[in-house]
Design a binder for this molecule. Sequence first.
Ligand code: CA
Length: 229
Amino acid sequence: MSRILLVEDDPLISTMVRLNLEQDGYHVEWHSTADGARAALEHHRFDAILLDLGLPDGSGIELARQARRSGIGTPILVLTARDDIDSKVQALDGGADDYLCKPFDMPELLARVRAHIRRSQHGLQIASENELAIGRGVLDIERRALCSSQGTWIDLNDKEVVLLQFLARNPRRPLSRAAILEEVWGMDAMPTERTVDNFIVRVRRWVELEPDQPRHIVTIRGFGYRYDP
Ligand code: CA
């Protein structure tokens, strides 16, 4: 049974969300304060976190940041009434994976929870292999670092780890920018396809011998990329 941490101080919303999640077969642990959620995260592992931003004793964004800093990779879905681009960007920068504005549709919330759990479980299976060759580099998934083509260790963020795994797992297959966005950033993708290109440029510097003439992460003009081992 998947475990979900629900952090929400509004009694009506939290009751509604909890009942719906439980009906879908999830175990839900509910906290109405940042402190309570922090303690829960220290003691339990969750499959997903639903996080309100405005909590009585602090900000959900800060909580997300702390979770990421302490190495918790659980998908975080932010629920908030703040429908402005600033808090959205802040939340995603702070380590959230997705964002839903209140009032939200329950079926949509449930669909997103399912999608995030599926994706992260997929990632965990790969993580057991631990090391993955990609181009001239070696990805150490557990350490979240890449031994580059120059032989130096580079610390990666979550998105870079997911992107490299996605490429390495799909050798010789044309991958559209949209497919990469969906895999790495999720269904509520804030970034544009340009973001994918920027990430690829950065990653090429690490796994190619000659980043300007890439032989491993190859551009497919007007479509996306292909990974050639
Ligand atoms: Ca609130």
